[in-house]
Design a protein around this ligand. Sequence first.
Ligand code: AMP
Length: 116
Amino acid sequence: MYDKNNIFAKILRKEIPCDKVYEDEVSLFFNDVNPQAKIHVLGIPKFPCSTFSEFTKNANNEIITSFFKNVQLVINKLNVEKSGYRLITNSGEDGGQEVAHFHIHILAGEKIGIIK
Ligand code: AMP
């Protein structure tokens, strides 16, 4: 079940600030507070969902498509398509997920080693 008090839900409600990279009606992208690479952006849908699976099962196709198109838009905005990047989504306990609102990590700006 979705916990409305998770930190990303609070960011979406503007109860706590974030270092915004891109926002539209379906998604918000912001810099990670504890970057694991020179570029470390998190992308979240505004649709309330705890995990990737909840998002793909419960959001409608328009929202899902818009969100993933926006991931590409942010990759363009960061100008890292050519140099490369890594997308990660951690899901659930075994996946090492800390914040229970589905998010995608965009890591770039240097060669990405083995990280969680
Ligand atoms: P995960 O382990 O996949 O759930 O990743 C959660 C990520 O959220 C971590 O990389 C944290 O550094 C990041 N994070 C936690 N709180 C904030 C915040 N207030 N603003 C930006 N990033 C955050």
